[in-house]
Design a binder for this molecule. Structure first.
Ligand code: FMN
Length: 178
């Protein structure tokens, strides 16, 4: 299983959670391709052919980002719009993502209890992140359970270290897809 982690954080240097997750992936022995979109494309000009090649070369694609207004930072939406093209991702001669696994890993400022029907945010993270699940379904990919870390301002260094280990397992382990 070859895994690509698309890291979408506009400022990893100032990040605590996503930087820790990314460093944990880069340090572990099982090979995972860590692709930091904002660092690869600082001027937001995406090399579509390169991205498509990268996707074709991997079996599992994990999108990792901090939750921004109940969604991803904007470069991921641009990347999806530009890379998941007719004739490649879907449509005639498409289907290049069929049979792959998609996953989402997200950090949130709000506490986990808020991501529920009776919580401050009204919806679960799975519900809020439905566009990723629907996109996976549309292109014939399966979808992993969401990996999340919430209430990030109250996560201790020890908790974050343990969570980063769990994250590496999430990225590298076999899963029952949802
Ligand atoms: C523009 C913006 C929008 C945000 N929207 C949300 C949100 O909708 N829900 C939430 O829980 N946190 C929100 N946050 C907080 C981030 O998710 C949080 O700072 C991030 O997950 C921390 O990860 P990091 O240490 O890797 O930066 C937002 C932050 C920014 C800058």
């Amino acid at each position: 299983m070859k895994t690509l982690v698309v890291v979408v954080h506009p400022n990893l240097a100032d990040s605590r959670i996503n930087r820790t997750w990314t460093e944990a992936l880069e340090q572990q022995p099982i090979s995972v391709t860590v692709h930091k979109l904002y660092e690869v494309y600082p001027d937001r000009t995406i090399d579509v052919a390169r991205e498509q090649q990268l996707l074709e070369a991997h079996d599992r694609i994990v999108f990792q980002f901090p939750l921004y207004w109940y969604s991803s930072p904007p470069l991921l939406k641009q990347w999806l719009d530009e890379v998941f093209l007719y004739g490649w991702a879907y449509g005639t001669d498409g289907g290049k993502l069929k049979g792959k696994q998609f996953g989402v890993a997200v950090s949130t400022h709000g506490p986990a209890s808020g991501y529920a029907a009776d919580g401050a945010n009204r919806f679960t993270l799975r519900e809020l992140l439905r566009p990723f699940e629907a996109t996976a379904h549309y292109v014939g990919a399966s979808y992993l359970p969401i990996f999340s870390l919430s209430d990030v301002d109250h996560v201790t260094e020890a908790e974050l270290a343990g969570n980063a280990k769990d994250y590496v397992k999430f990225v590298t382990n076999e899963h029952v897809t949802v």
